[in-house]
Write a protein that binds this ligand. Structure first.
Ligand SMILES: NC(=O)c1ccc[n+]([C@@H]2O[C@H](COP(=O)([O-])OP(=O)(O)OC[C@H]3O[C@@H](n4cnc5c(N)ncnc54)[C@H](O)[C@@H]3O)[C@@H](O)[C@H]2O)c1
Length: 322
């Protein structure tokens, strides 16, 4: 099979590329390196086994002619390219909306032209500021006002979901929507606000671990290889077409407890420093206090049951960052 991975030089995209290459598929990557990096895929480019299997294009998904060619060549499109990360969205609000809305529309338009199946990477952010758990695919979405720019990420990804579902309903395009919850593992950068790489890097340097808000907000974390496995299975499952799925872990932990765990796991002398949201992200920021996925739907569809617990995830990330 020939797989097009948009955002394939990113954190999740590079692991996905590796998994497809390992199972013998040809992988075409398009990435503009805005948050991704060639370092993420260098080991794949240098691997003799993949010499005739991996094709990398450094360009934007907004480039019509290149996307036309790549979508025409490939059998399946895994659409991961996006403006990602709270800090990045706040720093580049207009570019982020363009990438997430016009970019996804371009991908869908071309997949429709060639009738290629497409998996859309969405996000748990689309749920907005719920307090209950677990979050189910059919739950309402609750956002803050448009003056709070952090919601533009959620709203743009939600619009991607609507557009994908509209192509499915009106043209029968085979689409699957994967709402990823916090995904972590080696190669994730802390530069755009991702909490685990940021905490681990601070702990390894014996610097204070900066916890935003009061630190009582909770998250779950899923190991990137478990997510990649689920994405590949979803792409193969006929009964996943036209559906939305949560992909995430169910082990809930507060940011204070997470910081504490990372200090212990790295044997660091770091202390915890509480930083108000406004100081960290400016006045446009609002956080979600809880984000736990219901995973019954994906479990029933492909038997998804994330295997890697938080201690093991931290072990992998710490080893990588060291
Ligand atoms: N990591 C998570 O916890 C998480 C959670 C929810 C959803 N997601 C989704 O998963 C996908 C991958 O995220 P990630 O964590 O690997 O982040 P990432 O930033 O590492 O990956 C995104 C990739 O897209 C590329 N990109 C951005 N704009 C582009 C453009 N216009 N043209 C071509 N390439 C472009 C970036 O350079 C990067 O390599 C995203 O769609 C994201 O919204 C990730």
């Amino acid at each position: 099979m020939k797989i097009l991975i948009t955002g394939g030089a990113g954190f999740i995209g590079s692991h996905l590329a590796e998994a497809y290459l390992e199972q013998g598929d040809d992988v075409y990557i398009i990435d503009d390196l805005s948050t991704g990096s060639l370092e993420n895929i260098r080991h794949l480019q240098e691997d003799e086994r993949f010499r005739n299997q991996l094709f990398v294009h450094i360009n934007t998904i907004l480039h019509h002619d290149i996307m036309l060619e790549l979508t025409g060549i490939c059998d399946v499109v895994m659409h991961l390219a996006a403006a990602v990360g709270v800090q990045y969205i706040l720093d580049y609000p207009l570019k982020s909306i363009r990438t997430n809305i016009q970019g996804t529309e371009k991908v869908l338009e071309l997949c429709d032209k060639f009738k290629k199946k497409v998996i859309i990477a969405s996000t748990s952010e689309v749920y907005g500021k719920h307090l209950h758990a677990p979050l189910m695919e059919t739950d309402n979405v609750i956002y803050g006002p448009s003056s709070k720019f952090r919601w533009s990420y959620a709203a743009s990804k939600l619009m991607d979901e609507f557009t994908a579902l509209a192509y499915y309903r009106t043209h029968g395009l085979k689409v699957v929507i994967a709402r990823l919850f916090n995904t972590v593992g080696p190669r994730q950068t802390g530069a755009y606000g991702m909490v685990i790489p940021r905490f681990v890097s601070q702990a390894l340097r014996n610097e204070p671990l900066t916890v935003y808000g009061d630190g009582k907000q909770t998250r779950t974390f899923t190991y990137v290889k478990d997510v990649v496995h689920a994405l590949i299975e979803l792409a193969e499952a006929d009964n996943a077409v036209g559906e939305v799925f949560n992909i995430g872990g169910t082990e809930e932990i507060s940011m204070l407890d997470l910081a504490d765990k990372i200090i212990k796991a790295t044997a660091s002398t770091s202390k915890i420093e509480i930083i108000p949201y406004e100081k960290a992200f400016g006045k446009d920021f609002e956080d979600m206090l809880r984000r736990v996925p219901g995973i019954e739907k994906i479990n029933q569809c492909i038997g998804f049951d994330p295997k890697t617990d938080l201690d093991e995830i931290l072990k992998q990330v710490i080893a990588f960052m060291k």
